[in-house]
Design a protein around this ligand. Structure first.
Ligand code: ADP
Ligand code: MG
Length: 610
């Protein structure tokens, strides 16, 4: 908590000074009030002087109004400080999360990050607001009341000296037990967040598979766990109020008892005894409020450390000090001196701290303008392999080079501009088609956007939309079909002229004809680019379909994270049994050996039959 305050309180110092200062003035008036009442009772009520009672009454109202003005100023300072700091912390957290590589995102998990940026920061904000408003108030009120009471009469003060530590002790015992529960509660809340998120985003699938009962049960269990902790805390703290009031009222009895005797003997006045009772109640109530503060601060400190964990987590993928990479020119390509577009050398990778490599010693080289096909079963590591190219993850050992430079030596912006990736899961953000297409190049012209859409085989359906490029896209692109979404994400990767295009199973929702047309258009673009003096487009196509990769210059067959075969279609047919097996499962024997691509119709029939 302190760490977070140190980091973010900078701009808010004046609120932290003015607020509590106003509060102190208010406390001063609060402490004065019982004394004024005592006078009112002794001088006014005692002597039946109505005029005096009214004057004292007016004084009390005046003091209350002035006190309230100070309170208002303090409230305002508290609001400014807590909301201001909350906003800054939230922005800093969001900025940090955006710097994270996939590895850190995997580590924290999205639901937990969401809870941290919402609920945890709320807790911190609450603590800051209460800190400004009350942290000073209650201790001062308690100590001030105690001093004032002792000044009135030392003997009655004994009641104070017994009852205050008694309540303090009870609170200490209870709070010490509650604190560990608060941390647990936060973790349970994370879990509820996770289940809610999964349940809501997967609602359609859940329905389709009639898993509602299962999901409901899962949620119920998580909610129950959270409530069990909350109830445990509730039970513990439920003793607090009765105990406080018991002690307080016994104290009042004692004071009235002992005070009554002293009034009789003329040592104290009635007003003084009343003031004493007032101070006593104020002190004990202060302890209750201090305990509340302790609760808020403990929760906030648990939350603050969760926020700090994120802020302190350095992104593992950074490009500090990397100089911009000089790209090869078209003449380099002509003279044959251009570096390989993509080179992997013994690349190994594992998620998190896993001991077993998800990718194991992958080595391959792809020249500029060539096409690499990556094929293999689900879970064989194809997506993981291509995610190393734009450096979404870093290799554990070995290296990945793009245009002859290790990806770790590229400035990330430049690398990700040169590499256009279409992730396996098409993701669109709410906005328009245009706003979704211009991610890689904010200044792309309409012509460029249409050209990209044309290559991605998306031109037709976008042209049919009444608003064309400005047609609205709903969150997650759910107003488009899976195939349309895929084509839009392909178009997005093509805007801004990438040199290396990665399609990660991006044609899975496209029919064979569209898939083939897409590959032809990409090839066309590469050839035209090269003819126009630009660098030819290099493509990596990840697919489970043989028909999508069979024409590639190089095919990489993945199996359990390792390369099971590397070569052209014909070479692999002869040398790689796994490849042959995949081919046989998808194509007829004669198609396999026949030159050129299978006719889309036949392959589609085959696929439909499976
Ligand atoms: N974020 C992740 N955290 C941990 N394991 C993962 C993650 N993503 C993928 N994996 C695992 O890595 C392996 C390869 O996954 P992936 O590259 O997505 O396969 P493919 O794309 O070939 O279907 C799988 O066993 C999968 O369970
Ligand atoms: Mg994949």
């Amino acid at each position: 908590m302190l760490e977070l305050l140190r980091r973010f309180s900078g701009g808010f110092r004046r609120y932290f000074i003015i607020g509590p200062a106003c509060k102190l003035l208010e406390v001063f008036f609060d402490l004065l009030t019982p004394l004024v009442i005592a006078r009112m009772i002794d001088e006014g009520v005692g002597t039946h002087d109505a005029g005096l009672v009214l004057r004292y009454g007016a004084l009390l109202i005046g003091m209350a109004v002035v006190g309230m003005c100070f309170t208002l100023v303090c409230q305002k300072m508290a609001a400014l400080a807590s909301q201001g700091m909350g906003t800054q912390i939230r922005s800093a957290l969001f900025r940090r999360i955006n710097e994270f590589s996939y590895a850190e995102l995997d580590r924290f998990g999205t639901p937990s990050l969401i809870t941290r940026i919402t609920n945890d920061i709320n807790q911190v904000q609450l603590a800051v607001a209460l800190g400004v408003r009350q942290l000073i108030r209650w201790p001062f009120l308690a100590v001030g009341s105690m001093c004032a009471a002792l000044l009135i009469d030392l003997k009655l003060g004994l009641v104070f000296l017994i009852s205050t530590p008694l309540i303090g002790l009870v609170f200490w015992l209870v709070m010490a037990r509650c604190v560990p529960y608060f941390k647990q509660m936060q973790a349970k809340l994370d879990r509820i967040g996770l289940i809610t998120r999964e349940g809501l985003s997967g609602m359609r699938v859940v329905r389709a598979f009639v898993r509602e009962d299962h999901e409901r049960e899962r949620f119920r269990a998580a909610a129950y766990e959270q409530s069990a902790v909350a109830i445990a805390v509730g039970k513990l703290s439920s003793v607090l109020n009765p105990v406080t009031f018991l002690v307080m009222n016994l104290g009042v009895c004692a004071i009235l008892w002992m005070g009554g005797i002293q009034v009789d003997t003329g040592v104290l006045t009635q007003g003084q005894v009343m003031a004493f009772v007032n101070y006593m109640t104020q002190t004990l109530l202060s302890i209750v409020y201090v305990a509340n503060l302790v609760v808020v601060f403990t929760k906030a400190s648990a939350s603050a450390s969760r926020v700090n964990d994120v802020l302190d987590c350095e992104p593992s993928i950074t490009d500090d000090g990397n100089e911009p990479v000089t790209l090869p020119s078209a003449s380099d390509v002509e003279r044959g001196t251009a570096p390989a577009a993509l080179r992997m050398d013994g690349a190994c990778f594992a998620f998190g701290d896993a001991e077993v490599n998800t990718l194991d010693r992958v080595s391959l080289t792809l020249q500029l303008g060539q096409t690499l096909g990556v094929i293999g079963g689900t879970g064989s590591g194809k997506s993981t392999l291509v995610s190393l190219i734009p450096r979404l993850y870093d290799v554990r050992s070995g290296s990945v080079e793009v245009m002859g430079t290790d990806v770790r030596r590229w400035p990330l912006d430049q690398l990700r501009h040169v590499v256009g990736i279409v992730p396996q899961r098409a993701s669109l953000l709410s906005g328009t088609i245009r706003s979704n297409l211009t991610w890689r190049d904010a200044k792309a012209t309409d012509d460029e956007l249409w050209a990209a859409l044309a290559i991605a085989q998306a031109e037709d359906f976008v042209r049919k939309l009444p608003q064309g490029l400005d047609a609205p896209v709903e969150a997650g692109g759910k107003n488009f079909s899976g195939g349309q979404r895929q084509r839009l994400t392909i178009a997005r990767a093509l805007v801004g002229n990438p040199l290396l295009l990665i399609l990660d199973d991006s044609a899975s929702a496209l029919d064979f004809k569209t898939d083939a047309a897409l590959r032809r258009a990409i090839h066309q673009r590469s050839v035209e680019g090269a003819a126009g003096g630009a660098l030819p487009l290099t493509t990596v196509i990840v697919s489970q379909r043989v028909s999508s990769v069979r024409d590639a210059d190089l095919i990489c067959v993945m199996s359990h994270g390792s390369v099971a075969g590397l070569g052209t279609h014909d070479e692999l047919l002869a040398s790689c049994p796994l490849y042959e097996e995949i081919c046989l499962s998808q194509l007829k024997r004669e198609e396999l050996e026949g030159a050129g691509a299978a006719t889309p119709g036949q392959a589609a029939d085959k696929e439909a039959a499976e």
